[in-house]
Design a protein around this ligand. Structure first.
Ligand SMILES: [Ca+2]
Ligand SMILES: [Ca+2]
Ligand SMILES: [Ca+2]
Length: 599
């Protein structure tokens, strides 16, 4: 199948941002990405005595003083003296000493108390380290923007406004406290190539390769070459007169590879623009897509080369083996056919060298695209920030994991009430050839995928010995359960829009970055937390559900909010048309953002 589908492309430019960041293009010096470490310290101890009543109970009975005296007695028996004892938690007490304790001293004192028969438990009142947060100006939520909301800690209840509910990728900041990436790990971005951008660290890029073999699509005047830069993949009306472009549509350049690379691994903590999931690993750009999409043959050769396997060119000559094999391949492409032997044999060969392939479910509110539906691939479905399936995301049993992909207001009946701002990432302002660097808000399973790739690359950084099977197993076992809701129906062929995921439709659960790293550090003894499903029941969802289900069973809103767009027809045409639609919608959102006051 020649006409592969570029999944939704965000085409708009945030002009003001582009100008600001173009000015900051000079390279920054290398710097340490973690804050200076200080020795752990404890502000006393937290102690729970056996059979201690709750503080609430003690206050009601007037016995709080007796509780304090009881602990003082235990302290004396242990040969210790407290400066102050105060209530903590439900029924525990905080014991302060006359100085801040070092980690060693806290451990010694805790052991003395623990030896007392009346003590149920004792832990140091540790001063927790400040988490490693990037200084990228577009990272935090600010007045008028939600920043990179999917990288913020999970917070907010059902009662909060959508802008205050931060339920993107749980645990990213906790993961960053463990690692912001290992420079010895390589992530391959198999996509349209990359553009020069001040928020992509050139120092982190390995020289990649260009595998677009067809001259009609390559747009750089040749077939395979050693330059993976993205010359643009726009399609003109004139192009369509060629039979090579049957099934394609007129479109602007997508800069799809730049956007996906930015989500996984933008230059981070560099004072510029956005942060990526991984701040330190190396990125290998492998260009497999040109005008009109990518061919399976080029994708497969690109995958093999990225993983360090030998590849022969069209003249039966070997090309130099990639000296920096990727452990993680982000392939944000899909074709609407079953997995085939070309894909599956490459994926199997890659698994044998411990390279894992991550691919999107696709964006047709239907069955999973390939290669996400191949065995041994991490297929990714996209969810809304509240955890239910995004309207556009495909779903099915071959999906391994779900995470946020942005939820646009313009798709489905429910869009206007449950939307978010999409994922903000780097792009390029050129409509055809590369122009000025820019930032865009994007939506689609293409963009959920590099969040998963980023977390996988952090896992490999923590434990390079993980096999591909372990990486996939770890992602699944460390995920959080899918949300439930009394007002939203389960995903099914009859209810394919915004819907409640299960393990048979959107993978094992919701990506959890911190837990994935706990697994990575010790896969054989990993035990997942005993999560309960979050119940989603918001006024906005109730208002949305009152309109009936989000999409009709054919995957289309039966009352579209925008003029209908005729998708070009071939086996993948519906998805291509849908991608075009999403691209237009991204533009709408970006224009709206442009109107916001600065700051
Ligand atoms: Ca070329
Ligand atoms: Ca090239
Ligand atoms: Ca940055």
């Amino acid at each position: 199948m020649r006409h592969f589908l570029t999944l939704p492309c965000a085409l708009a430019v945030l002009g003001a941002l582009a100008a600001g960041h173009a000015a900051a293009a000079s390279p920054l010096p290398e710097r340490s990405l973690t804050t200076a470490s200080t020795a752990p310290r404890a502000l006393g101890l937290l102690v729970k005595l056996k059979d201690a009543p709750s503080h609430e109970q003690a206050a009601a009975l007037g016995t709080t003083k007796a509780g304090t005296e009881r602990l003082q007695g235990v302290m004396r028996s242990a040969g210790l003296a407290a400066l102050k004892i105060s209530p903590n938690g439900r029924a525990a007490q905080r014991v302060d000493f006359d100085h801040v304790l070092s980690a060693g001293e806290a451990g010694t004192l805790a052991a003395k108390l623990r030896a007392q028969p009346e003590v149920e438990w004792v832990v140091p009142n540790d001063l927790e380290r400040r988490l490693a947060l990037p200084n990228d100006p577009l990272f935090p939520k600010t007045a008028g923007t939600t920043g990179q909301w999917w990288l913020q800690p999970v917070s907010g209840s059902n009662a909060n406004a959508a802008s205050d509910r931060m339920r993107g990728v749980p645990g990213v900041q906790g993961a960053w406290d463990t690692t912001t990436g290992n420079a010895a790990v390589t992530i391959a971005i198999l996509d349209s190539g990359v553009t020069t951008h001040p928020d992509l660290s050139a120092a982190r890029y390995w020289p990649g390769r260009d595998f677009v073999s067809e001259l009609a699509y390559s747009n750089d005047g040749n077939g395979w070459d050693t330059d993976a830069s993205d010359p643009g993949d726009w399609v003109t009306q004139a192009d369509l007169s060629s039979p090579d472009f049957a099934g394609c549509g007129v479109e602007d350049s997508s800069w799809h590879g730049t956007t996906t690379a930015g989500i996984a691994a933008a230059a981070s903590n560099d004072g510029v623009g956005v942060a990526g999931v991984n701040w330190s690993s190396r990125v290998l750009p492998v260009r497999i897509s040109g005008k009109c999409g990518a061919t399976v043959g080029d994708i497969v050769d690109g995958m093999r080369w990225a993983a360090g396997l030998q590849v022969l060119d069209g003249s039966n000559n070997t090309i130099p083996v990639n000296p920096h094999p990727a452990r993680v391949i982000n392939l944000s492409f899909g074709g609407s056919n079953p997995c085939n032997q070309a894909y599956q044999s490459a994926i199997n060969d890659l698994a044998a060298v411990n390279t894992v392939v991550v691919a999107p479910a696709g964006n047709e509110s239907g069955g999973v695209t390939r290669p996400a539906n191949c065995s041994g691939v991490v297929g990714v479905a996209a969810v809304n920030r509240d955890g239910f399936k995004a309207s556009y995301s495909n779903f099915g049993a071959s999906i391994q994991i779900a995470t946020v992909g942005g939820d646009t207001s313009q798709i489905g009946h429910w869009g206007s009430t449950v939307n978010d701002d999409g994922l903000l990432t780097i792009s390029n302002g050129g409509f055809s050839n590369p122009g000025a660097p820019s930032y865009v808000n994007v939506y689609g399973t293409s963009f959920a995928t590099p969040l998963v790739s980023g977390v996988l690359s952090l896992m490999v950084g923590v434990n390079p010995n993980l096999t591909t099977a372990q990486l996939i197993d770890g992602l699944k076992r460390s995920s959080r359960p899918h949300v439930t809701s009394p007002v939203v129906g389960a995903c099914s062929n009859a209810n394919p829009g915004r819907c409640i995921c299960t393990t048979s439709t959107c993978g094992a659960g919701l990506l959890d970055a911190a837990q994935a790293l706990v697994y990575a550090a010790n896969p054989t003894s990993y035990t997942a937390p005993n999560w309960s499903s979050v119940v989603i029941d918001t006024p906005a969802l109730r208002a949305a559900a009152a309109q009936g289900q989000d999409l009709a069973a054919n995957g289309q809103s039966d009352d579209p909010p925008t003029p209908p767009i005729n998708p070009p027809g071939d086996d993948g045409g519906g998805a291509l048309g849908f991608g075009w639609l999403l691209g237009l919608l991204a533009a709408v959102v970006a224009l709206r953002r442009k109107q916001l006051p600065p700051g």
